[in-house]
Design a protein around this ligand. Sequence first.
Ligand code: 0X9
Ligand code: ZN
Length: 376
Amino acid sequence: MELARVRVEFRPLLALLCATLLAPSHRNHRTLVRTADDLDRASDIWTENRTPGEPIDIVVNSDEIEPGDQVIVDDIDAAADAERERIAHSTAKEFYAEYRDNAAINGKLRELAALAPDRTQLAQIGTSVEGRPILALRVGRGPEKMLLNGTQHAREWIASMTTTCIADRLVRGGDSKFLADHTVWIVPVANPDGYAYSWEKKRYWRKNRRDGHGVDLNRNWGVAWGGAGSSGGKNSDVYRGPSAFSEPETRALRDLTLKEKFSTHVDFHSYGQLILYPWSYKSAPAADRDRFRGIGDRMNAAIYAQHESTYKLQSGADLYPAAGTATDWMYGEANALSYTIELRPKSGGGLGGFVLPPEQIVPTCDEAMAAVMALP
Ligand code: 0X9
Ligand code: ZN
């Protein structure tokens, strides 16, 4: 405590000296704090919930913590390092007992396709900026056409696992009534380059890997592209790209949608436990608002019945405006009932936000599966 006070008083003169003398946990590191709604301080905002006046989770350097900040995760990079260590030494045999990388997820999709060739189809729907395949698994052949995708955002690993798990359950569940009624296309990893980068280099990377700076794929879609909540700055975490659909990853999902004419869609993200419906870019209610809310209530009841988790149902823009999102394009241009679901955790506490304990993969899948089955 004494040292900490000295450090504050004599900065920056003694900062270097103190940094060398202090124990590692006292060194400057990146901390996730909950702060009053102070967007001016925030370059890296982790909370989806940005209702004006409500606290937000932001990443700051540990020497920039201010009075009133509540520390949620003291050292986010230590949390990522611990996760990396755990995965490196994992003996988990069960696929959903641990997080899986591109190679493992693609392997799982191939395995599922081979398991039930009569009711599945594995397709490469596109190729990423760095040349990775974007894979989609179709299950069923029914008249209601549904698209489920995960991982537009690289660091949201639970979305990759959950969509793969849903594919798994649909395939193994056999020809249930649901599959008689539905054709479901599942794209677990919409952003394979970003996902690889998050695994190998920077755990908290969000965008794709366009020219090193990356594009936020969920600001690159063609409804209200360029509007509020997106940025023209390449280094911004919400960089929209030079034009709508400039990125092969968004084009891949768009072209599949134009071909298949989906009537429902879910874009899986993390975190916050939210069910969001259009519009994302403006607060005016969607023409189908009542329908969105009615189905959303059913999803919520189905989710709660699993493990008593609560997800909040609201329009995207009621949180904060975000222009150029997948959900707005799917609804506004492709006529699909489209939701964005923010999976577990509810807040950044515990190990923190995007680093979710692997024991929560299966329960999160239970919830997402229940939500999907509640769709028309
Ligand atoms: O900002 C996003 O792209 C999504 N949230 S995330 O924290 N996973 O990045 C939500 C987009 C739709 N929601 C809003 N309009 N707020
Ligand atoms: Zn996201």
